[in-house]
Design a binder for this molecule. Structure first.
Ligand SMILES: [Zn+2]
Length: 179
């Protein structure tokens, strides 16, 4: 029984080796054609550019989060109580999109969130400090509202923008949508 197994393995190895050389020969024959060589070059280049884009995308997000003077809404509806019974809310930034709730659920729904989570883990930072608006609402819609307000009032400071946001009718409506 053992002997037979060994023979099978030897056969399999030889066959795999022959297949490899056959494929290698075929590749070398194809590479004699200029257009095929060009194709391989392009595939390689595309892979390199894809990796470069991923690196730069992450770097861009990291800079965006690091340079942001965050304006925060409560981005998560479930109120969490700590061991002393104090309630805790998850905060998200309406300017840069950084969101504690992403770390809480431990997965990202899109590329930005996946990268965000990666960065949070890399730096061990899961809590966001910034200006709290006291508004509890959907972060995506809050970001849209902030962008609209910023377009309307481009010269206001972050503190003033936080006030504008907090006092806008749309923010109150967003808050009602959450309840
Ligand atoms: Zn921010």
């Amino acid at each position: 029984m053992k002997k037979e197994k060994k023979n099978n393995l030897e056969e399999e190895y030889q066959k795999s080796l022959n297949d490899y050389f056959e494929a290698d020969d075929a590749v070398k024959r194809m590479e004699q054609y200029k257009i095929i060589r060009k194709y391989f070059e392009l595939v390689k280049k595309r892979k390199e550019l894809d990796e470069k884009e991923t690196k730069l995308y992450k770097k861009r997000l990291r800079l965006r989060y690091a340079n942001c003077n965050h304006i925060l809404v409560e981005s998560h509806t479930d109120i969490i109580y700590d061991y002393e019974g104090r309630s805790y809310h998850y905060y998200g930034c309406i300017k840069c999109g950084l969101d504690e709730a992403v770390a809480e659920r431990d997965y990202g729904c899109n590329r930005e969130e996946i990268t965000m989570l990666e960065l949070m883990k890399e730096y061990g930072v899961y809590k966001i400090e910034g200006i709290r608006t006291g508004i509890c609402c959907d972060l995506g819609k809050a970001k849209e509202l902030y962008a609209d307000l910023k377009e309307k009032y481009p010269n206001l400071s972050d503190e003033e923008m936080a006030e504008k946001f907090k006092n806008s009718k749309r923010a109150k409506k967003l808050m009602n949508e959450m309840n």
